[in-house]
Design a protein around this ligand. Sequence first.
Ligand SMILES: NC(=O)c1ccc[n+]([C@@H]2O[C@H](COP(=O)([O-])OP(=O)(O)OC[C@H]3O[C@@H](n4cnc5c(N)ncnc54)[C@H](O)[C@@H]3O)[C@@H](O)[C@H]2O)c1
Length: 331
Amino acid sequence: MKILRAGILGCGGIAQKHVQAALNLKSEIELVAFCDVNETNARTFAEQYTANRATTFSDYRAMIERADLDVLIICLPPFAHTDEVELAAARGIHLLIEKPIALTSELAWRMVNAAERANVKTQVGFMYRFGAATQKFKAEETGALGLFSARYFCNSLHAPWWRMREKSGGQLVEQAIHLFDTMRFLCGEPVSVYSRQTNVFHRDVPDYTSEDVSATVCSFANGALGVIYATNGAIPGKWLKGWHVVAQNLVADFSDWNNATFTRTNAQPPSIENIAATQDAFTLQLQDLVNAIRTNGNTRTPIREGARTLDLVLAAARSAETHTEILLDAD
Ligand SMILES: NC(=O)c1ccc[n+]([C@@H]2O[C@H](COP(=O)([O-])OP(=O)(O)OC[C@H]3O[C@@H](n4cnc5c(N)ncnc54)[C@H](O)[C@@H]3O)[C@@H](O)[C@H]2O)c1
């Protein structure tokens, strides 16, 4: 079995998780190239993780042309996406791309079209989909959905690009997007979205144009509601997340993608199951891409899913700007 040759584009924070995932799958995939506009970052990765065996680049076009890759793992900040998906897809290179895949719907769908036209396998970094509790929920007979609710609470200035709305898209587009994707994955497609987003805590911080408090309501065709709220003014140093699904037969309280309490309300008395797992969602996500490449199968989160979830959070941002409910394309 051929070991797949992988390159990393953007050697920053999240790239380390993908490197670790690749190292966990070393009989399947080998890291042969690293690229970063700041080539020192690429060199540090090559030294630290491959004892300098990998080649380094500062220009993604050069890496895509010369590194003979089977897989490209794209860990660029949101504003830095350009034509890397199109160039890689045209060379038959399979892709794992971090969320949000772009900052505009137009670029996102150009990426989808390029990848689908070239028939390359794609995976978007919505790793919540690979948790044990998430998977268990997918196998449940939940009955009708009534309510999804979720929170994302942190308090950090993050990277300098993060606080600038034009570079990150804002907290909802860059960060709480995981919860919107999880809602779509667990509950299906919403038909409308209404969002309010404000900056309460960081008005005096230079360049801080992202919202730091938001509340969003989505509605579903059967009348069910999804409520997602986020803030970057909560407890410093803590990233607190959780989500809940109330359905006809089941109430599911998730503390993360691996841990949840399921209360089956169609039993008398209701039965309670605790799901507690430690599986590594990043490794499972990469393994799923490798499997799709080897079997010509499908990944769990093809790039089309990245574009659809992006469209949902962009609609929420538009709703917040216009103070109107946005009706969504149900297709
Ligand atoms: N899945 C998750 O839970 C998760 C967590 C954190 C970040 N992310 C996502 O990953 C992406 C990257 O985030 P990060 O925290 O690693 O950012 P980061 O700022 O830590 O790293 C980004 C790296 O990309 C490099 N870079 C920027 N423009 C480039 C270009 N044109 N060509 C090559 N390299 C370039 C930077 O020099 C930097 O080293 C973001 O989209 C973010 O939303 C996902």
